[in-house]
Structures are given as C-alpha cells and as structure tokens.
Design a protein around this ligand. Structure first.
Ligand code: FES
Length: 277
C-alpha cells in the first residue's frame, strides 16, 4: 500500500542533516552520508527525506533523487531489521554463493531484494565485496561473514531472526540495519575496533613481502628523471588533470544554471517522488 508523507522529518533529524552538510567545504559533498541518515530514521530513502536533503543543500529534489537511485546502498523500499547480502559475483558464485542464495531464498520464502513477512530479513544478491579471499562471502548490514556454506548461512539468518547475538567474522557485533546506516552517516557506535579486522588470508601477500624484504616503490626511485618513462607518464597525468579541471568547471557552471532554474520553477523530482510513494 502506498504511504503519503506530508509531515516533514523531525527536528533532531533535520538538525543532524545540517550538521553533516556543515562538515564539508562544499555542502553538497555531504549528500551521501545525509541519505544514510535518512535511511537510519525512515528505513529507506523517502520523499520527505529527499526534500529535506534538497532543501538543506540548495539543490533540486531531482538531483537528490538521481543520486539515491544510482547507488544500490540506497533503498526506496523498506528494509528489514537486517540486510543480508549474498555475493553472487563470479568467484563467490562458483565457490558456493549461488547455492547459498538459492538456499536462503527458499528458507526465507523471499525473492531477491525482498523482506521476510516478519520484517526481520531483507535478502539481496550483491556484487563483489572485495573479500574474494574468503569466498563465498555473505554480508549482514555490510559486515563480513566469511567462508559461508548454505548450512551456515541458514543458521546465520535464523540466529538474526531469533535475536541472538551475531558477530561478524572480521568485525563487530551485528547491530540493526538502521543503526548501521547511522554509522555510515558518520555517527559512530564505538564498535569500530571490535573484531579481528584483517584476517590471515588477506595478509598472506604482506607476510611474503616482509619475508623477502620487498617494499612499495617510492617516487624518489631511480627512473623518475626528466625524459624517463615515469616522467612522461607524470606529464600525461598532468595534462589529463588540467582537462579534468576544465570539465569540472563546465559542470559547475551548468550545475549553477540548473539550480537557478530549479529555484525559479517547480521541482520535477519532487512531483515524481510523491507519485512513487
Ligand atoms: S567475488 Fe565475492 S567477494 Fe569478490
């Protein structure tokens, strides 16, 4: 059923959204954490959350909506108490990720990006989490659960549904999805130092390098003199940088024009979003 949300966000949330925007030299750089804060309060990115971000940043609701619909971590449908992401990218898939995903769909009786009837678990297949050394990987609220099997993943979701304490294999105790979203908005929960962090498989390369005395190349190294291949590469990078700066200036000018037009006219994104909700 669609939900009409006319009331603005509560005062504390608005205050915190402004606080996030104020952290950055360019306020609009705060949009990503601001959207995480909206999710932590609303359980998803809502129309009123979009309107609030647009208002605070002085940009259009369409621009905020464009960001919120581009990144997969922003959800337009309500997420359950726990977001369970199963990596089904190539390596995890062949190591058992596909089997885990199929088992969980069956066990939870949901499809991809759906939430269980009790509102506890939202299941989604996710792309590579850069944790391939522990494949197949499942994530709960973006915390790693390494080396999973269909049986261990089933136990994991059962424990979450029963409210048992669950710990990430390389991180902290698992909190709720909304609490995790608040951390992503930049309000720490003091669990950052819990858990072992990097595991042995991720450190094998470092161990080998230390054993053999290998170090990362330094820019002071021989071969960075005038006319050297490295010097030519640096020159090319500088040229690319200046073209990039010119392109950014053009984008900024066009942004200013768009914002000016938005301020003078109606906000098309806002209308569209209200229809969606
Ligand atoms: S393929 Fe799953 S973490 Fe890389």
């Amino acid at each position: 059923m669609t939900e009409i949300q006319d009331a603005p966000l509560d005062d504390q949330t608005l205050r915190e959204l402004r606080e996030i925007a104020a952290r950055y030299p360019q306020a609009r750089s705060g949009l990503l954490p601001m959207l995480h804060l909206v999710q932590s309060v609303e359980g998803r990115v809502t129309s009123r959350g979009i309107e609030a971000c647009a208002d605070i940043l002085g940009i259009s609701a369409a621009e905020v909506s464009g960001v919120a619909t581009f990144y997969t971590m922003y959800k337009r449908r309500p997420v359950g108490d726990y977001h369970v992401g199963v990596c089904t990218n190539t390596l995890c898939a062949v190591m058992g990720g596909d089997a885990i995903f199929e088992r969980l769909k069956d066990h939870l009786d949901v499809g991809n990006d759906e939430t269980t009837e009790d509102g506890k678990i939202t299941l989604e297949h996710v792309e590579c989490n850069a944790a391939c050394d522990y494949a197949p990987v499942v994530m709960v609220n973006w915390e790693f659960m390494d080396n999973q099997t269909p049986a261990s993943a089933t136990r994991l979701v059962d424990d979450l549904r029963e409210g048992k304490e669950v710990r990430s294999t390389r991180g902290p105790r698992i909190c709720s999805w909304r609490d995790a979203e608040r951390v992503l908005a930049g309000f720490p929960d003091d669990r950052a130092d819990e858990g072992p962090a990097a595991g042995p498989a991720s450190l094998v390369g470092l161990g080998i390098a230390r054993e053999r005395g290998w170090t990362a190349p330094s820019s002071e190294r021989r071969g960075v003199g005038p006319g050297s291949p490295a010097d030519t590469a640096i020159g090319a990078a500088k040229t690319a940088d200046s073209s990039h700066a010119e392109a950014e200036t053009r984008i900024a000018e066009s942004d200013a024009k768009t914002v000016g037009e938005d301020a003078g006219g109606s906000s098309s994104g806002s209308t569209t979003d209200k229809q969606e909700d």
